[in-house]
Design a protein. Structure first.
Length: 152
């Protein structure tokens, strides 16, 4: 009888340890995924859990630390600029809009700051057609035209 109780307790202890290990592993995977996504400039913190958000923040903090000694270099296809605060956000948006429109004539028209994302309005071309760019810490989240595309 004692052997059965000891064996049952051992099975329960192993099950709990396995559950903790798999949860830890899942948490670590989410952290790594969040880190990789934010490092590449793509994320949606509202769609993920705490581990993903922590990984994302770690990537952003690392980029901010790298930006202290100089501008962070944009990666291959990423839409990242330097991390010099609002100035870096403007640069990242200018670059993103240049790429999106294939037009080198871009100008900052206005900036609205927010905790979530900064909104930078960019004028494109000689007519300064308005484009909106959402950016956070030099990472561009969205670029879209503000013109009436039905008339184009």
């Amino acid at each position: 009888m004692k052997k059965n109780i000891v064996a049952g307790a051992a099975v329960i202890a192993l099950a709990i340890a396995a559950a903790d290990a798999s949860a830890s592993t899942a948490s670590q995977r989410e952290y790594k995924r969040g880190y990789a996504d934010c490092k590449a400039g793509r994320w949606d913190e509202n769609q993920h859990g705490v581990s993903y958000k922590n990984g994302c923040r770690a990537a952003e903090d690392q980029r901010a630390g790298a930006g202290a000694g100089g501008a962070a270099k944009p990666a291959g296809g990423g839409l990242r600029g330097d991390t010099g605060g609002l100035r870096g956000d403007k640069r990242a948006c200018l670059l993103a809009v240049k790429r999106q429109t294939n037009n080198p004539k871009v100008f900052v028209l206005s900036v609205e700051t927010s905790e979530a994302n900064n909104s930078v309005t960019i004028g494109v071309g000689p007519s300064r057609a308005p484009w909106r760019c959402l950016v956070k810490r030099g990472i561009v989240a969205d670029v879209m035209s503000l013109t009436d595309e039905g008339r184009l």
